[in-house]
Design a protein around this ligand. Structure first.
Ligand SMILES: CSC[C@@H](O)[C@@H](O)C(=O)COP(=O)(O)O
Ligand SMILES: [Zn+2]
Length: 204
């Protein structure tokens, strides 16, 4: 296995900058959240566990395979790294994955008792990959929170096999979203959080 070191350095810098942006936007308080970039068909660059995501350096980002096993690093990968790997395995077009812990995602996923949050009628839906109209019904699957990440990854794999979506929520926990690259993935986080705030305002 040969990892292109220039590619890795670019991925690490992309993740560091994403962390600063997301922390400044209140998306990843108190070490919450984790981020990754696809390196090739079997590997990703992913944040180490327990780091403050607004203060990352490239040394806080390691290479793992999609099973979350470190490659050439003694750092401990994110506790949720397997959720990233599962998405890269099942979604060949995914180039970046972001997990965030905003207040809106946390509260709305607890208020919505069903297994899907439906978004419809919002112009900003079009900020999501493959959504072209406010009339689209955008599904955001919701999974119950668990500390059993391997089981959660399997539940996500099973359910998303039939879903054309670009994000899911974990109840009382946060958001996972993916896109072709990091700029698109950051746009997803920003758009989805705006839409979650809108839903909360409508339900007040
Ligand atoms: C601050 S508790 C949050 C964690 O349990 C987890 O949900 C999280 O998002 C960050 O875990 P990490 O292992 O740093 O990637
Ligand atoms: Zn989390």
């Amino acid at each position: 296995m040969v990892i292109d070191l220039e590619h890795l350095a670019r991925a690490q810098q992309t993740i560091v900058e994403a962390g600063r942006e997301l922390h400044a936007a209140g998306q990843v308080p108190a070490t919450g959240g984790n981020f990754s970039v696809r390196l090739d068909g079997k590997h990703m660059a992913v944040t180490a566990s327990g780091r403050h995501k607004g203060r990352l350096t490239p040394a806080d980002i390691l290479v793992t395979d999609f099973a979350a096993t470190p490659v050439g690093s003694s750092l401990k990968p994110s506790d949720e790294a397997r959720l990233h790997g599962q998405l890269y395995e099942d979604r060949p077009a995914a180039g970046a994955v972001l997990h965030t812990h905003s207040k809106a995602a946390t509260v709305l996923s607890r208020l919505e008792a069903s297994a899907t949050l439906w978004l419809m009628g919002y112009e900003l839906q079009k900020a999501l990959e493959n959504v072209t109209t406010h009339e689209a019904r955008v599904a955001v699957p919701i999974f119950d929170n668990t500390q059993d990440i391997a089981a959660l990854a399997e539940a996500v794999r099973y359910r998303l096999a039939d879903e054309d979506c670009c994000a899911y929520l974990i109840r009382g926990h946060g958001l996972y979203t993916w896109a072709r690259d990091m700029p698109s993935c950051l746009r997803h986080v920003e758009a989805l959080d705006f839409l979650f705030e809108c839903e909360l305002a409508l339900r007040r």
